[in-house]
Design a binder for this molecule. Structure first.
Ligand code: GDP
Ligand code: GDP
Length: 437
């Protein structure tokens, strides 16, 4: 199960500050991954060994202080639908306001655990104010006074929040089976793909706007290959609610991503890679998922023997540093390369789980480094002594060196490229960290 925490509350109570504090630790690692766009609305966090995603509705909720606008209402609702735990942030300086009550009313019907977070409890007397928020009557739990700016109180809060989450590494009968999901804009052919592949009508979606459904995992075996499709067919219907598209696609994609190992980003050949696709790709990378691009409706393209390469080049250009994302051209209606698409997804999954023995890694990488050492910085020589792959779920390589802080992004890219040339990590985000030795 995905673990998602949504931070809600009226403007200016400190939602974004809290968000930044929660996702802080991850950022440090992400900084080493060059070229990944960061988004301030969602991020990863970890507490007591449990991982979860955090959604900050603050980035979206920009309404004025005294109006509870329809838009805000919708967005909060959506966040709440997606979340497993809700943090309702209030402000000890202001005390209980009418707008807090209105927000609380929006949450009253949810069955999900809600924690009232009394923020800006910078001092003991401010913390005393916290008890007045019990009057909101929406939470079964203790109120947590915190100061998001200093982090005080957040530990106690998180201790409780993570009790709602499964241990990572729980026993899973499907462990080791790739979970694949298909994301993409409406009408690119996602449902047709599933139908073609799995050979039965699977459109079990209501047309009603606003209908949500949790992701459904279905396990398949095709040509001896086991895999699980995380079905998100409900998503595109909901995307028809026009004004929600951006927010909505982030939310839903987040859940889908959380629940898959490999994401197939499906695009329409006649439209190419669009900005929304790029957003999905960077979301997938940020979530450490395997990624591939499936260019569908290839039958509609007039082509000669050069067309495919031309298309590929254009896409790679748009992918910038992420040229390691594989691209496959398909026609679902002509049944062209559709099983190969699944095979590719399974291969990406295998790459994601690839572990390179330390001796092999050093045999290959140390000579590369010797040929092209990190540039000296202010007369100081940087010496990388050895490298090892960390025992993490996704490929992370730790390079041990004397002055980690002086290694710059271009060199990190160099190392990443050498790793990718020597070992197959096609479709998989690779992280590089430096450690002092
Ligand atoms: P949001 O609109 O709910 O996302 O609120 P922000 O995170 O942008 O914070 C609004 C203001 O409150 C900012 O000026 C923050 O610096 C301030 N703030 C946030 N947390 C605290 C806190 O714990 N104590 C104090 N005194 N101010 C805080
Ligand atoms: P979804 O919204 O991504 O699930 O897209 P659908 O599977 O509903 O497909 C949208 C439309 O594109 C339907 O009319 C499909 O028949 C059509 N379509 C799907 N795949 C292909 C393809 O490979 N070639 C062509 N020409 N049309 C396709």
């Amino acid at each position: 199960m995905a673990n998602i925490v949504a931070i809600v509350g009226r403007p200016n109570v400190g939602k974004s500050t809290l968000f930044n504090r929660l996702v802080e630790e991850r950022k440090a690692i992400e900084d080493n991954l060059s070229g990944v766009t960061r988004d301030r609305h969602y991020g990863h966090a970890q507490w007591n060994g449990k991982f979860f995603s955090v959604i900050d509705t603050g980035g979206y909720v920009t309404g004025s202080d005294d109006v509870f606008e329809a838009e805000i209402r919708k967005q909060v609702k959506l966040a709440v639908e997606e979340a497993d735990v809700i943090l309702f942030v209030t402000d000890c300086h202001d005390g209980l306001t009418d707008l807090d009550k209105e927000f609380a009313n929006e949450l009253r019907t949810t069955q999900k655990p809600i924690y009232i977070v009394a923020n800006k409890a910078d001092s003991a007397d401010k913390a005393l104010m916290a008890s007045e928020f019990y009057a909101l009557g929406i939470s079964d739990y203790e109120i947590y006074p915190i100061a998001a700016t200093s982090g005080s109180g957040t530990g106690e809060l998180l201790d409780q929040v993570v009790t709602h989450f499964e241990e990572s590494g729980e026993e899973d009968p499907d462990a080791g089976i790739p979970k694949i999901s298909i994301l993409g804009r409406p009408n690119v052919g996602k449902s047709s793909f599933l139908n073609a592949l799995l050979g039965k009508e699977r459109s079990i979606v209501t047309d009603e706007a606003g209908t949500t459904r949790d992701a459904i995992h279905t396990r398949y075996k095709l040509f001896g290959q086991d895999f699980i499709i995380t079905d998100t067919a409900g998503i595109r219907k909901k995307a028809k609610v026009k004004e929600d598209i951006e927010f909505y696609s982030v939310m839903r994609s987040l859940r889908t991503l959380e629940e898959s190992d490999v994401v197939i980003i499906m695009v329409d050949a006649s439209r190419g890679l669009e900005s929304q696709d790029i957003n999905l790709i960077s979301l997938a990378i940020k979530n450490n998922k395997g990624v591939m691009i499936m260019v569908n409706k290839w039958d509609l393209i007039e082509k000669d023997h050069k067309t495919m390469n031309k298309f590929k080049d254009q896409m790679l250009e748009k992918l910038g540093e992420h040229k390691w994302i594989p691209i496959i051209f398909t026609s679902v209606t002509e049944k062209q390369r559709i099983f190969q698409a699944i095979e590719l997804a399974v291969k990406v999954y295998e790459n994601k789980n690839r572990r390179i023995p330390t001796s092999k890694l050093n045999d290959v990488m140390l000579p590369e480094i010797e040929n092209y050492p990190p540039p000296a910085w202010k007369g100081k020589y940087i010496k990388i002594k050895y490298v090892t792959q960390l025992p993490t779920k996704n490929p992370v390589f730790a390079f041990f060196c004397n002055l980690p802080q002086y290694i710059k992004n271009p060199y990190t890219r160099f190392l990443e490229n050498r790793l990718r040339e020597n070992f197959d990590f096609e479709g998989v985000p690779v992280k590089i960290v430096y450690k002092n030795k």
